[in-house]
Write a protein that binds this ligand. Structure first.
Ligand SMILES: Cc1cc2nc3c(=O)[nH]c(=O)nc-3n(C[C@H](O)[C@H](O)[C@H](O)COP(=O)(O)OP(=O)(O)OC[C@H]3O[C@@H](n4cnc5c(N)ncnc54)[C@H](O)[C@@H]3O)c2cc1C
Length: 275
């Protein structure tokens, strides 16, 4: 292993406002949250910058709360925070299910939902949940704030609409009334990146999102339309297989991913039928 961050610079903001001013005025700074993805990049030689902004002590980015009928999740919430949140369990159990599947205890204590989102791996476990829940991302800069629908955030493989001076501060989740479903398929139970991951909501119309089967997390909109129109699971499966674009890589083959995606769709539809 290479040494970690020693040749690199780490800035320590005193507050969120201070952090945002640094992001605007101090040249390109890479936000650093739990560092679980950045550390891997540092060791792999793929780190995209040399100057970092430590978000870890910014309590303004923590907390899981209700605001009106929305669930608001601070970007710095860890998987452990999500697992321990009664509010998340009551309103978005599929996110809690996803958080339980991430890495190991150490990664769940350190890794944040904001890091998972901005890192933008198509295998990120929370991403299908947020896509199916139609979450909204709150991005903040020193000059203002904007809300971006989660389903418009990614523009390509690991590419997002976030500007370099913006931080993701929170995730807003509107009420989800239908039955929620989540399943991750990996090589083993712990410390495995998804081969295929799916989150779905059954009512009032099916909302189905998948990870690891396309360059970004994707909503299976054609499949959703078939099921909403009363189509059979066979018809829906044909639609799914025509809209996903899995690849062969070191974790799986495209063919295996196609089969697993089809099986997950069938399980979602069966398991939520009469619950
Ligand atoms: C051993 C191991 C196992 C893992 N297992 C899983 C797994 O099972 N499932 C899974 O999905 N992932 C897994 N991961 C990946 C990683 O843990 C998650 O993606 C995690 O959520 C990243 O969060 P972080 O806070 O550590 O991000 P960091 O590493 O700190 O940052 C990741 C990226 O997000 C940016 N960023 C972070 N926060 C913000 C913010 N608030 N605003 C703007 N940009 C921000 C950073 O600049 C960086 O580009 C694993 C990683 C390791 C090392």
């Amino acid at each position: 292993m290479r040494t970690a961050l020693s040749p690199l610079a780490l800035r320590e903001p005193r507050s969120l406002a201070h952090a945002l001013r640094m992001m605007r005025d101090d040249g390109l700074l890479v936000p650093l949250a739990g560092c679980t993805d950045l550390y891997v990049a540092a060791n792999g030689g793929t780190l995209g910058g040399r100057r970092f902004l430590n978000l870890w002590n910014l309590d303004a980015l923590r907390g899981i709360r209700a605001e009106g009928n929305r669930l608001v999740i601070g970007a710095l919430s860890t998987y452990t925070d999500i697992i321990r949140s009664r509010l998340a369990a009551a309103r978005l159990p599929m996110l809690v299910a996803a958080a339980r599947e991430v890495g190991s205890v150490q990664i769940r204590n350190r890794g944040t939902v904001g890091g998972n989102i901005v890192n933008g791996s198509p295998a990120g476990d929370t991403l299908p949940v947020l896509a199916a829940a139609e979450a909204v991302l709150v991005l903040k800069s020193a000059d203002g704030q904007r809300r971006v629908p989660f389903n418009s955030f990614y523009t390509g493989y690991r590419a997002t609409v976030r500007r370099p001076d913006e931080l993701l501060v929170a995730i807003e989740v509107p009420p989800v009334s239908g039955r929620q479903w989540f399943r991750k398929v990996g090589a083993r139970a712990a410390q495995s990146i998804s081969k295929v991951v799916m989150a779905a909501v059954r009512e009032p119309q099916p909302r189905i999102a998948l990870g690891s089967v396309a360059p970004t997390v994707m909503r299976a909109t054609e499949t959703e339309a078939v099921l909403a129109a009363g189509g059979t699971i066979e018809e829906a499966t044909r639609a799914l297989l025509s809209e996903i674009q899995p690849i062969d890589d070191l974790r799986s083959t495209a063919e295996y991913r196609r089969r697993v995606a089809a099986n997950l769709l069938a399980r979602f539809w069966t398991e939520t039928r009469n619950r």
